[in-house]
Design a protein around this ligand. Structure first.
Ligand code: PGA
Length: 249
């Protein structure tokens, strides 16, 4: 199975910057066998999609509203994202949970809305430092899965990508050790497995200060098969190194 390497640009890159980035990245990843996705701000989706034409780079958004249309000022629907060129959408990122009132309930509704339209969700889960220190990591992850994934059918689950992002590792330079990340992802697969059955074909990504130096080791852990990359996805050369990681022979 290929690795799933997704960049999360967060609130970075104007259209012009995005276009220049893709022009630089395209030749760098032309020979790469992994799945490469850029999750970009709404305003960049169309131009990234166009700039990436003829390449192996897919495009994702960073949020989607759960209603189809209507009086929801500031929100964007699945149809809008699809028409702009998005194939994936990040849902429930910890920054959305922390700063914008995202809950397991809204994650569940957004994921269902995306899947209904054929937009593939990348659903983020992860514990905070306080939760980890209290020994609640498994409890928190179980709740996030049981609640956040509750509207997803077994059939739809094959279009879902899961990202484990310990909140204390995001943008902090503190990566979970490869063993920590792997053990927690093994647990996540167990919980998902109880609900959806076999997860051997499911992408479960690690995210949180993944970079061009630690990616190879993290991605080669048995339960991890991809990465969600913030900071290091903003520099084409760094992102390209991660996109080229291969399984140890
Ligand atoms: P980071 O962000 O790689 O900058 O830690 C990851 C993420 O938030 O998805």
């Amino acid at each position: 199975m290929k690795f799933f390497i997704a960049g999360n640009w967060k609130m970075n890159m104007t259209k012009k910057e995005a276009e220049a980035f893709v022009c630089e990245l395209k030749p760098l990843v032309a020979d790469c066998n992994n799945k490469v996705v850029l999750c970009v701000p709404f305003t960049d989706i169309e131009c990234v999609k166009n700039a990436a034409e003829g390449s192996n780079i897919a495009v994702g958004a960073q949020n989607v509203h759960f209603e189809e249309k209507g009086a929801y000022t500031g929100e964007v629907s699945a149809d809008m994202l699809l028409e702009a060129g998005a194939e994936y959408v990040i849902i429930g990122h910890s920054e959305r949970r922390q700063y914008f009132g995202e809950t397991d309930e809204t994650v569940a509704k957004r994921a269902a809305a995306a899947l209904r339209k054929g937009l593939k969700p990348i659903i983020c889960i992860g514990e905070t430092l306080a939760e980890r220190e209290k020994g609640n990591t498994h409890k928190v992850l179980t709740r996030q899965i049981k609640e956040g994934f509750k509207l997803i059918s077994r059939a739809d689950f094959m279009n879902v990508v899961v990202a484990y992002e310990p909140v204390w590792a995001i943008g902090t330079g503190k990566t979970a050790t490869a063993d920590e990340a792997n053990n927690t992802i093994a647990y996540i697969r167990e919980v998902l497995g109880e609900i959806f059955g076999d997860t051997s074909e499911t992408y479960v990504l690690y995210g949180g200060s993944m970079n061009e130096k630690n990616a190879e080791q993290l991605l080669n852990m048995p339960f991890i098969n991809g990465g969600l990359i913030g900071g290091a996805s903003l520099i084409p050369q760094k992102f390209s190194i991660i996109a080229h990681v291969k399984r140890y022979a």
